[in-house]
Design a protein around this ligand. Sequence first.
Ligand SMILES: *Cc1c(COP(=O)(O)O)cnc(C)c1O
Length: 243
Amino acid sequence: MQYVSTNSSPEERLENILTQISSACARSGRDPREIELVAVAKNHTAEEVTTLADSGLTLIGENRLQEAKAKIPLCPGRLRWHFIGHLQKNKVRAALPLFEMIHSVDSTDLAVQINRIAGELALYPRVLLEVNTGGEASKIGFNPDCLASEIEPLLALDRIQIEGLMTIPPPIAEPENSRPYFARLRALRDQIESELHVRLPHLSMGMSGDFPIAVEEGATFVRVGTALFGPRQPKAQQSSQDD
Ligand SMILES: *Cc1c(COP(=O)(O)O)cnc(C)c1O
């Protein structure tokens, strides 16, 4: 199920999504200014991104480094880019200068590598830790049961700035089915904040099928692709695991 018909112009879809975010805020007593829409542009062209940028969009998400590297120079310079996909350790050096935030730091090894390369590049990257709230064996990300102990040494690293958590729930038939995973991410964040006396202000959760539920449960970033750009064209020679 989709909250937004893809049978309309990009401007109308953007407007519709922002309205849905506002309504979810009204239902849950939140301020819409706390939520940023990340427009997920994977498999969509620089022209499509530019059209949406003309309608006021400012933040773009990409999940493949090669695709982002090609697209970013063709898009308006005022756009900000967030990385939301699995990042291989040998791609960290290329990725860090391109992205304002990495939502998908999914292991201690990757966090340590980002910290090390950031030192060499004189950067202070902002990141979120990806949590496998669904507990699916096939999925990457931190185990929610171990996160509190695993995050502690990472918070002490000198370069990487851990600003919150991200999750991708198991595929759903009904938006409501995602709610327990979003609530779990928020509860984990609250627990870590109080146990370790840190601030983790950001929760990246919610996609086209369930972003209003994520907003009700405390999302500060929603990552919306299909509901904004329309269906993705599968790429001819896509090496999905390549980056
Ligand atoms: C593709 C993708 C999205 C957006 O998915 P839609 O269902 O098209 O909105 C969000 N987050 C991540 C990590 C993705 O890879």
